[in-house]
Ligand binder design. Structure first.
Ligand SMILES: [Zn+2]
Length: 382
């Protein structure tokens, strides 16, 4: 495929809405992928059901009995729903395409397909097999496809995740783990004017919790915490409210941070629960553990960089990312993986999202060369 074909494929895919909740759009996008991935010689494609959603994943397998196995992972949903005004691509200049999902991660899927196409057309080794797994719900936490990723992980030696590269071309070395928690505070209702009062104001108590919780990132390095939503009280201001609730986004850098953060949140809650008439409960969990970098990733990244040098591409590094991806789930399932192998762009999850078009071909050639290296047996110990 040439750069113009890759650009046109990206435009076609991105103009098809596939917001995580738009099931008709997801089905139409899946059909496009199925048609386009069918060009890969020797790859058997199938649709796979996910848990709790009618949306399906696309799986492709090539030489499943070969001694070395690679998992190529991506998602075809985007954050832009059917009602979002951002629905179509616009060519900003010859090198820049703005559009919904152009980088996160339809551009990554273009890179994946072009890389496999190039690799397979150059006499592929019988020693390397791979599995393509493209899922429909990454942007909403991968709740329906997590089991597919976990089941695929043990079949492979390395995962390749086609999430966006950073705007400067860096790959992703590690990612924070992410969780959502709900803090629910119950007090005792009463008349605002009653003195002395036996009412307990749930909003005031929850506010204390929120202020203390917001100090966690300053107290604990590597932790991020955001209160994203708060609600409580009723319609009348002369009633002491007996209910208030906050929803928290919590991120951790190391798996070992998990228990420490939960213990600290419980401690803050306990200081409120020690008072008569108030009850603050925390529910929720971490849905993606942190993706930490190990020796397999280190070795694979060094080869990726070397492949870039051989192709004469601009040098690139790798960085820690605050956002989670399916790379986190693969790591948690024991599969080392390289992440951020997709297109280069910026302003993801906004109507300014753009993709640097030359990166499609460059990153595809880079990945194809890396697959060749793996097939030669120089990267992964069997
Ligand atoms: Zn993504």
């Amino acid at each position: 495929m040439n750069p113009t074909e890759l650009r046109d494929q990206l435009i076609r895919w991105s103009n098809q809405n596939s917001g995580s909740e738009n099931h008709a759009g997801l089905a139409a996008m899946l059909a496009l992928l199925e048609t386009d991935f069918a060009i890969l010689p020797g790859v058997a494609l199938e649709r796979i059901a996910c848990v709790g959603t009618p949306a399906q994943a696309l799986r492709g397998r090539f030489q499943p009995s070969a001694p070395t196995q690679i998992l190529l992972s991506g998602h075809y949903d985007t954050v832009y729903g059917a009602a979002n005004p951002f629905q179509h691509c616009e060519l900003v200049d010859a090198h820049t395409l703005r559009g919904p999902g152009v980088t996160d991660m339809k551009g990554g899927l273009v890179v994946m397909l072009a890389a496999l196409d190039e690799y397979l057309r150059a006499n592929p080794s019988p020693g390397l097999g791979f599995e393509i797994l493209i899922t429909p719900d990454e942007e909403t936490g991968s709740f329906g496809s997590a089991a597919l990723l976990a089941a695929a992980a043990p079949r492979h030696h390395l995962g390749l995740v086609f999430e966006p590269a950073r705007p400067n071309g860096s790959l992703v070395q590690s990612r924070k783990g992410t969780g959502n928690f709900i803090a629910t505070c119950r007090g005792r209702a009463g008349h605002a004017a009653k003195v002395p009062s036996d009412a307990r104001n749930a909003i005031a108590a929850l506010a204390e919790f929120v202020v203390a919780a917001h100090r966690l990132p300053a107290e604990m390095p590597g932790i991020l915490l955001n209160v994203g939503l708060i609600r409580g009280g009723g319609e009348a201001t002369n009633v002491v409210p007996d209910f208030a609730q906050a929803i928290l986004d919590v991120r951790i850098t190391r798996a070992a941070d998990r228990d420490a953060v939960l213990a600290r949140l419980d401690e803050i809650a306990a200081s409120i629960n020690a008072r008569e008439g108030l009850r603050l409960e925390i529910t929720g969990s971490f849905n993606r553990p942190p993706k930490e970098c190990g020796p397999v990733e280190e070795a694979a990244f060094a080869v990726y960089q070397q492949c870039g040098n051989e192709l004469g591409l601009a040098p690139f590094g790798w960085v820690h990312a605050g956002g989670g991806s399916d790379g986190n789930l693969l790591s948690a399932a024991g599969l080392p993986n390289l992440d951020g192998l997709g297109a280069i762009g910026d302003h993801l999850h906004s109507d300014r999202e753009y993709c640097l078009l030359p990166s499609l071909m460059e990153r595809a050639q880079l990945c194809a060369r890396f697959l060749q290296r793996i097939a030669e047996g120089n990267v992964l110990k069997k």
